[in-house]
Design a protein around this ligand. Sequence first.
Ligand SMILES: [Zn+2]
Ligand SMILES: [Zn+2]
Length: 322
Amino acid sequence: MVKLPASSLTTLSTHSTLGTIQAFLNKLGLGQNHYILSLWVFFAACGVAELCISFLICTPLERFWPLTSWQKRNSIAADVSYAFFVRIVLFPLIAYFEYNWLRQSLEGFLRIHDLATPSLSRLLPARVAWPTLTFVLNFAVLDLADYWRHRISHRVSWWYGIHSLHHAEEQLTFWSDDRSHVLEDTITYVWLIAVALVIGVPGMQFPFLILCFRLLGSISHANTRMDYGWLGSYIFVSPQFHRTHHALKAAGRRSTNFGTALSLWDVLFGTARFGDHTIETGDAGAEPALVNGSWGEQQLAGLRRMMRLGRRSKVSPTRTAS
Ligand SMILES: [Zn+2]
Ligand SMILES: [Zn+2]
C-alpha cells in the first residue's frame, strides 16, 4: 500500500482515495506499477474535476454577461487541447515529480543531516497556525513568486518569445488560460516547485494550490463584464484586470498587471493599471501560426520567435515583433 504521513484529515482522505484507485486498477489487471499509476489517475482526476468547475462557472459568465462578441469565431480546438494536456499530462507529471520524488529526496536529505523541514507555518503563533491559514499563506507566497516570474518574462527578450504564445490569443476566453508553451510551463513549474520546497508547503498541498491557481486563472481570462467590485479588484485579478495585461498595445515590455491570482502585488509594486477598459487582445508581432495554428504549429512558432527575439536581445520585443 502507499505510505503517506497520516498527519491530517486531508492526507488520510487522499490515502483512502489512492487505496480505492489501487484496488480498482488491480481489478483491471493493472497491478504492476500500480503506485505510480494510481497517483497519476488521482492527479488527472483532480485536474479534470477542476476543469469541470471552471467550465460550470465561466460558461454562464461568458454567455449571459459577455464583454464582447466576435463576428467570426476562431477555432478553440488548440486552446481546448492545452486545457486537457495540462490536466491529464502536465499537472499529474508535475504533481508526481514534486510529491513523490523531489519532496521525498529533500526530506530524506534533511533527516540524514538532522535538519528541520522548512515550514512557513512555524512563523505563525501556534494558536493561529490553522491549516486553512497556512494554505492561504502558501498560496500568497507562491503567487508572489509567480508575479515576479511573469514580470521578468516580459523583460527578457527570448523569454517573451515563448510567453508571447499566451499573448497571441485574439479572442480571449476562459479556455485561453492554459495556452502556454511547454518550455515556459517547464520554467514556471520548476520555479514554483523550488519556492514550494523552500517555504515547506506540506505534502499533497502543492497540487491543490496549483489547481486553485488554474481555477482563478480560468475566471480571469473569461470574456465577461463581471468584476469583483472596487475592493475585490484591488486584491484579486479580475477578468478586466487581466484583459488589460493582454491588450494589443501592452504586449511585451510595456505590459502591466502581471499578477496571476492576486492583483495586490501589482498594486504594491506599482505595475497595476485599472480602468483601462481593454476589449481587443493579442500581440501585433505574432505570426499567424502563433495566433491560430494547431497545438504543434503554435509550439514551433513560439520556439522560432524565442530564437528571433533572443538574437535581438538588445532591442525591445515590442519593437522587434515581426
Ligand atoms: Zn504576460
Ligand atoms: Zn493571460
